[in-house]
Design a protein around this ligand. Structure first.
Ligand SMILES: Nc1nc2c(ncn2[C@@H]2O[C@H](COP(=O)(O)OP(=O)(O)O)[C@@H](O)[C@H]2O)c(=O)[nH]1
Ligand SMILES: [Mg+2]
Length: 380
């Protein structure tokens, strides 16, 4: 028990250390009411982020609100209308953007999304002017055309026409044209979600390098980005296990690998954007499994793999220790991927330990095989 709580404490600490290095990705979102901003944010960053709450007012004029949700900061506006109040909005925004730039990168506004609804079939001069002003504040602006109907992978002709029109205006927007999306499908009309990955890719292209990890963690649609960020941490832990295992570890002492793996798991969880408490809880399930049968970690898990047969003479070789750690890392990453998409929950919305256990175990077996077969380089 005492050891358990120590692990938990260490896990939280490692998670926080990692989170601190990642900082925050701050996105400003603009567009008229009803164009689909909240829906878009939900689709890309998850339900918890949607600015249904008020957020914190960040200027004394009270028109700019910052919503913090994990690795995302979302800036939106209240009470001022683009067109009618552009000057006031830009001046308030400019003041805020400049003030934040005096602080560290995690406080800056990194990217702006300007949303236009396809079904409005028009883009006003005042909107173009607003975008130009945003650009002058030094913000990379991505124009997003929302609620774009599609059929068989083709965009609605009217949306394409509107996009062409916008492209001809020579707006200072990323790629010179809007990105066409449908953030949420609709069963009744048969509309399917599309374009979100393009939007995310464009956002990655213009976000400063220093917030790439935070953006990867905050978004929930591209697991590949998360995995890529996690790779390094997993490899470092594996090398560490290799060093520890250079003197063959007696099976009974295989627990020496657990701290290495716990630290790795904490970092991977943060990299994936899994909240600390959820991650800590899920990690206990995984480590219980690692230490299953009340014996050593390695034996416990290797027993689950038919024909692992790598334990010779009652010791674990450096190679096994390293492979084992790699497999733990990637299996855990799979768990984290599911968690960030709101899965592995029971009917009450609480973490479902049984599901976590099953997924981790299954993924571990797969990865251990892959790693031992030397296929990890290309597969991961
Ligand atoms: N099916 C579907 N509905 C959308 C989409 N975007 C917005 N809506 C609907 O349009 C309405 C307004 O969207 P909302 O995101 O609240 O707009 P906001 O005022 O810009 O935040 C809501 O009823 C949404 O359900 C979309 O991509 N797909
Ligand atoms: Mg909204």
């Amino acid at each position: 028990m005492a050891e358990d709580s120590w692990s938990q404490e260490a896990f939280r600490q490692k998670w926080q250390e990692q989170a601190d290095t990642m900082g925050r990705f701050n996105l400003a979102i603009f567009g008229k009411t009803g164009v689909g901003k909240s829906t878009l944010i939900n689709a890309v960053f998850g339900e918890e982020v949607a600015p249904t709450g008020i957020g914190e007012p960040v200027t004394k004029e009270d028109h700019l609100y910052l919503h913090l949700a994990g690795f995302l900061g979302l800036l939106d506006t209240r009470g001022l209308e683009i067109g009618k109040d552009t000057d006031e909005l830009i001046s308030e925004l400019g003041e805020y953007v400049k003030r934040m730039r005096e602080g560290e990168l995690a406080e800056h506004i990194h990217v702006a999304w300007y949303c236009v609804r396809a079904t409005d079939r028009r883009f006003e001069d005042t909107e173009a002017e607003f975008i130009r002003q945003l650009h002058k504040l030094g913000l990379p602006v991505i124009a997003v055309m929302t609620q774009v109907p599609s059929r068989h992978g083709e965009h609605h002709g009217d949306a394409v026409t509107l996009a062409e029109h916008m492209a001809e205006l020579d707006l200072p927007i990323v790629g010179g044209r809007p990105i066409l999306v449908m953030a949420a499908g609709d069963d009744f009309t048969g509309q399917v979600e599309h374009g979100l990955q393009d939007l995310l890719d464009a956002t990655f292209r213009v976000a400063p390098e220093g917030v790439e990890a935070a953006l990867a963690a905050a978004q929930k649609i591209d697991m590949g980005r998360k995995r890529k960020q996690a790779q390094n941490v997993v490899r470092v832990a594996s090398s560490l296990a290799l060093t520890v295992g250079a003197i063959p570890i007696p099976i009974a002492d295989a627990g020496v690998l657990i701290p290495i793996q716990l630290g790795m798991m904490a970092k991977v969880a943060a990299i994936y954007g899994v909240r600390m408490e959820t991650a800590a809880l899920a990690s206990t399930v995984a480590t219980t499994l690692l230490a299953s049968a009340g014996k050593s970690a390695v034996v416990g898990l290797l027993k689950l793999i038919p024909g692992a047969g790598t334990i010779v003479g009652g010791v674990i070789s450096a190679g096994v220790a390293a492979s084992f750690t790699l497999a733990v890392g990637y299996a855990w990453a799979a768990v984290c991927g599911e968690l960030t998409q709101g899965r592995l929950k029971d009917a009450n919305g609480a973490l479902d330990s049984e599901m976590v256990r099953e997924l981790f175990q299954k993924q571990f077996a797969i990865w251990f095989e892959t790693v031992r077969a030397g296929k990890s380089g290309s597969a991961i």
